[in-house]
Design a protein around this ligand. Structure first.
Ligand code: SAM
Length: 303
């Protein structure tokens, strides 16, 4: 069946279809059509949409191979306004399915993140903005434009104002600098653990070297898939696949064991794989045939 819009005849979008996966489900369809069918109650909604970068994104032919295969999705919008018009109703629908303790993570880069921030502030409320993660994939600088942008940004919103944040989870901690360990952690407790004590406003606090310090908002320790070799078992060949470690950190940081996690533009299913690995139930959505094929294979493959 076809439908006409102006002079263009487009194929009628297929009815969204759900694939049950035991501990979760994967929907094939436009998230604008799927999200209204979902029950609210997600503690994390992570979305990594196209970046308004222009052009088509081709999947690699075979897991991790460099040769380009079929087109996975389009990132050509005809301008920023058209991109934001696509994003707006979908962001609203994502916010609707959040739980009272839920957070929405919007992953973009310099091409659209600033305008998307203004949009999200208007839709979700300026007070819902919790902060942003600067993710440094570690690909290095490229090209001659100044400056060569070597980070991406993840905006974090909690419309209820009360998002889960497991500040002491090991996934949200990083080692103390070597110099700090040498200078400050000179005591050893009976179990052989190095520590330092600090007195702050009359109260004594103990810090252990092996617990590390609280992680900040600049994440440099989750290298991009691009930096991995084709031999990396994590590589699916899907374009713009994000590293599992990045998504595991978000899942561990912003959910509880009984949480549900949603990725409404899930691509190769990284968020779903991270949720499964951490024992959380999940829902994924993608409108790309290639994405759904890759994600189904991946979720069948991973324990
Ligand atoms: C940047 S990729 C996501 C990559 C993913 N995070 C991963 O690790 O593989 C963006 C995805 O959004 C999907 N997408 C774009 N518009 C969509 C829509 N309206 N509904 C559902 N999926 C959409 C594309 O098909 C593509 O797979």
């Amino acid at each position: 069946m076809t439908r006409a819009r102006s002079n263009v005849v487009e194929p009628e979008p297929a009815e969204p279809r759900a694939h049950p996966l035991g501990d979760g489900e994967l929907w094939h369809g436009d998230c604008a059509r799927v999200l209204p069918r979902l029950e609210p109650g997600y503690d994390v909604v992570y979305v990594d949409p196209p970046f308004n970068a222009g052009g088509q994104r081709g999947a690699r032919a075979g897991r991790g191979q460099r040769a380009s295969g079929e087109t996975a999705y389009s990132d050509a919008w005809g301008g920023l306004d058209a991109f934001l018009s696509m994003l707006e109703p979908r962001l609203e629908a994502m916010a609707r399915v959040l739980s009272e303790r839920g957070s929405l993570w919007l992953h973009l880069d310099y091409r659209a993140v600033h305008d998307a921030k203004v949009l999200a502030d208007r839709l979700l409320g300026r007070g819902a903005f919790q902060g942003e993660i600067v993710w440094v994939p570690g690909n290095g600088a490229r090209g001659k434009r100044a400056p060569s942008v070597t980070h991406q940004t993840i905006l974090v919103y909690a419309p209820s104002g009360h998002m889960i944040w497991n500040v002491n989870d090991p996934a949200l901690r990083e080692p103390y600098a070597e110099i700090s360990q040498a200078m400050h952690f000179q005591n050893t407790d009976p179990d052989g653990r190095r520590y330092r004590d600090r007195v702050i406003v009359g109260k004594r606090y103990r810090y252990y070297a092996d617990e590390g310090r609280q992680l900040g908002s600049v994440w440099t320790d989750c290298p991009a898939m691009r930096a991995n070799t084709p031999l990396n078992p994590e590589a699916t060949g899907y374009p713009t696949q994000k590293p599992l470690k990045l998504l595991e950190r978000i899942v561990l940081g912003a959910t509880h064991p009984d949480s549900r996690v949603l990725d409404p533009m899930c691509g190769s299913g990284t968020t779903l794989a991270a949720a499964r690995k951490q024992g959380r139930r999940f829902t994924g959505i993608d409108q790309s045939d290639v994405a759904v094929t890759v994600a189904l294979e991946r979720l069948g493959r991973e324990p």
